[in-house]
Design a protein around this ligand. Structure first.
Ligand SMILES: NC(=O)c1ccc[n+]([C@@H]2O[C@H](COP(=O)([O-])OP(=O)(O)OC[C@H]3O[C@@H](n4cnc5c(N)ncnc54)[C@H](OP(=O)(O)O)[C@@H]3O)[C@@H](O)[C@H]2O)c1
Length: 324
């Protein structure tokens, strides 16, 4: 064979392999998104634990899980909001599911206490599903050096430590039963886009979930425990303070999509259809362009955030002065 022919064969083979890979990826995506049946989550156990379940995605997931007939252990910091969520679940699903509440403020409690409280609350319960959802972010994007120490302590505790300790409290029971599903709510900010400037601690703490899920997923796969890190892009909740749009679903719509994926062993997944398309489009854009755009957008949001919060501070100070 002559060199030009060898070159032609090599180029064709490479093209064939690349196209086949893309086709396999696409067929797999269609299967998972549209055709794969959801798992019967009750086979893992009759109870699900959801952290940060009093608002946003966590509350919507709790309601969705209750609609599948699972009893829910709600974990949150605000007793009134916990009661309200519990009532909403009972009103929606009648007497068909049980609800229990645990008050934990992950900002102020240490790991040992979290483990003790969760173990106490789950005593005698057949826990099959754990959703590590609790999370927080800074009120607006800002430079790393502008984050105050109190916020830094809090975000590390809430975003990173909470899931670690709650998983520690629950996993031994799952190992004994040889079944369980753990779902960690990560974020597109650390896995689907190349960077997230001015929200450094948020993105970095969320990146922990990805590796945590990959490792425990491998460690306990043979024990019947399915671990998944789910990645939302933007969802209209109080955390992001954005209105719904094509790519920004309500928490309710998001949770319907995301619960369908529970129980499948996937270290990282984007369960919401339009988020998945968004990620595909993002992959085609050079990283430098995405970084440039995010930096510009977040600098703009920072400016607006500073203006809004200094106005609020001034108002509070004047109210205090008036009261004195
Ligand atoms: N929304 C998005 O666009 C988006 C995107 C990617 C990833 N995520 C992730 O999705 C998860 C849920 O976010 P979300 O948007 O639903 O947020 P959210 O609406 O602010 O809800 C957060 C939940 O966590 C609870 N929580 C916050 N701090 C807590 C603490 N110290 N102790 C106990 N509970 C606490 C909140 O309780 P209260 O009701 O008392 O406030 C609330 O129930 C987070 O892990 C977030 O990082 C969200």
């Amino acid at each position: 064979m002559e060199w030009p022919e060898i070159f032609q064969v090599a180029t064709c083979s490479l093209g064939f392999i690349t196209l086949s890979k893309a086709l396999i990826y696409f067929v797999r995506w269609v299967w998972i998104m549209f055709l794969r049946p959801p798992k019967n989550l009750k086979t893992y156990g009759s109870w699900a634990i959801v952290t940060g379940s009093t608002d946003g995605i966590g509350k919507a997931i709790s309601l969705e899980l209750a609609s599948k007939g699972l009893n829910i252990l709600l974990v949150g910091r605000n007793p009134q909001k916990l009661e309200a969520t519990s009532k909403e679940i009972r009103d929606t699903h009648g007497g068909s599911v049980e609800v229990k509440l645990v008050v934990i403020d992950f900002e102020t409690i240490n790991g040992e206490e979290i483990v003790r409280k969760i173990r106490e609350a789950t005593q005698g319960l057949d826990v099959g599903v754990l959703v590590n959802n609790v999370g927080m972010a800074s009120p607006y994007p800002r430079f790393f050096h502008e984050d105050d120490l109190e916020f830094m302590e809090a975000i590390i505790k809430v975003n990173l430590e909470a899931a670690t300790w709650v998983t520690k409290a629950v996993i031994e029971g799952m190992i004994r039963k040889k079944k369980g599903a753990i779902v960690n709510i990560g974020s597109g900010s650390c896995s689907m886009i190349p960077s997230y400037p001015l929200c450094t601690l948020y993105a970095a703490t969320k990146a922990y979930f990805w590796m945590f899920s990959k490792c425990i997923g491998l460690e306990y796969k043979s024990q019947g425990i399915d671990v998944q890190c789910q990645v939302p892009m933007l969802v209209a909740t109080k955390m992001v303070k954005l209105k719904t749009s094509l790519f920004i679903p309500t928490a309710k719509d998001y949770s319907k999509g995301c619960v369908r994926w529970f129980g499948y062993h996937e270290s990282l997944c984007v369960p919401y259809l339009l988020h998945s398309l968004q990620c595909l489009l993002l992959r085609m854009v050079p990283h430098s362009l995405v970084n440039w755009h995010l930096m510009r957008q977040h600098l703009y949001m920072r400016k607006r955030g500073i203006a809004k919060y200094s106005k609020l501070k001034a108002l509070q100070e004047s109210q205090v002065n008036n009261n004195n």
